[in-house]
Design a protein around this ligand. Structure first.
Ligand code: C2E
Ligand code: CA
Ligand code: CA
Ligand code: CA
Length: 278
């Protein structure tokens, strides 16, 4: 009701949802949300700095709640993780994204890469690879256009990660390490994982122009990634200065409010497919 990019952050109503009772009722609402199809996927464009165009999107979950409006995932993903619903929701996100990709292809839009966040519970499931494969087949999705974002923490069981990532690689999907540098880094194993992209967290990008440490970290991640033959995506790019810095350091792809906030599928279609055509 407050318009497209205004998220209800629960400030007034849900500040206290850490109380058991409130958490419980929120859980009930979230179960209902899944049944009543209140979840939505928003899409944030990813811009290739060499090609100077939108080459992909990151899919970001939203909850369109009748009570609270559009709710940001930070407010409900922890609860979904706690009550185990996150895998189900994650599987829904994956099929919704593949379905959306199919709809865009059918409308004659150029194919773009679809990046999807995986939760650790999804990553730990024995049938993860099977589910992903089935979803790709169901929607006739080209695996090369699906990028799965995982975090460093999910790769802590190194043997398992090598195995699962190898199987996903064999399917042809791309793998990106999300929030790179904020978690448990096993630089030692990075080269053993079948991955394609390192994604620099917005916490490093934010002060790139102010904090020498952050700009050094970002430069270092970019050159290390390139030495390992990986692509680099920087998230949280909000200003022209940040963009120029990243361009100078040869960052491959950027994502952030400077270009666009995450948008509903309709809004993305309206603004970005037109820009790319022109
Ligand atoms: P993330 O994967 O690190 O996603 C990037 C977050 O940064 C998104 O927040 C995005 O809206 C926000 N962002 C993008 N550009 C800018 C910018 O220029 N400035 C600032 N300050 N922020 C920017 P969002 O959409 O609220 O998502 C929060 C987190 O929730 C995500 O962080 C991700 O960890 C999780 N999440 C979102 N969707 C899913 C999903 O489908 N499954 C799972 N498991 N997690 C999800
Ligand atoms: Ca992400
Ligand atoms: Ca994340
Ligand atoms: Ca991040």
């Amino acid at each position: 009701s407050k318009g497209r990019n205004n998220y209800t952050l629960f400030d007034s109503n849900m500040k206290t949802y850490s109380k058991e009772k409130d958490k419980l009722s929120l859980e009930v609402l979230l179960r209902r949300a899944l049944e009543k199809k209140e979840f939505m996927v928003y899409y944030q464009p990813q811009v290739d700095l060499m090609k100077k165009k939108v080459i992909g999107v990151e899919a970001l979950l939203r909850w369109n709640s009748p009570e609270y409006g559009i709710v940001s995932p930070e407010n409900f993903i922890p609860i979904l993780e706690e009550n185990g619903l996150i895998s189900q929701v994650g599987e829904w996100v994956l099929s919704e994204v593949c379905n959306q990709s199919k709809r865009w292809v059918e409308k004659g839009f150029p194919r773009i890469r679809m990046a999807v966040n995986l939760s650790s519970q999804q990553f730990l499931k024995d049938n993860l690879v099977e589910i992903i494969n089935n979803t790709l087949i169901e929607f006739g999705m080209d695996p090369n256009y699906l990028e799965l974002e995982i975090t460093e923490t999910m790769t802590m069981d190194v043997e398992r990660a090598i195995n699962v990532l190898g199987q996903l690689n064999a399917l042809g999907v791309r793998i990106s390490i999300d929030d790179f540098g904020t978690g448990y880094s096993s630089l030692n194993y990075l080269k053993k994982f079948s991955i394609h992209t390192l994604k620099i967290d917005k916490s490093f990008v934010r002060d790139i122009m102010l904090d020498k440490n952050d700009s050094n970290i970002v430069s270092t991640i970019i050159s290390m990634a390139h030495n390992l033959n990986l692509d680099v995506v920087a998230e949280g790019v909000e200003t022209k200065d940040q963009l120029d810095f990243l361009q100078m350091r040869k960052c491959d792809v950027v994502q952030g409010y400077y270009f666009s906030k995450p948008l509903s599928a309709d809004d993305f279609e309206k603004s970005f497919y037109k820009i790319n055509e022109g």
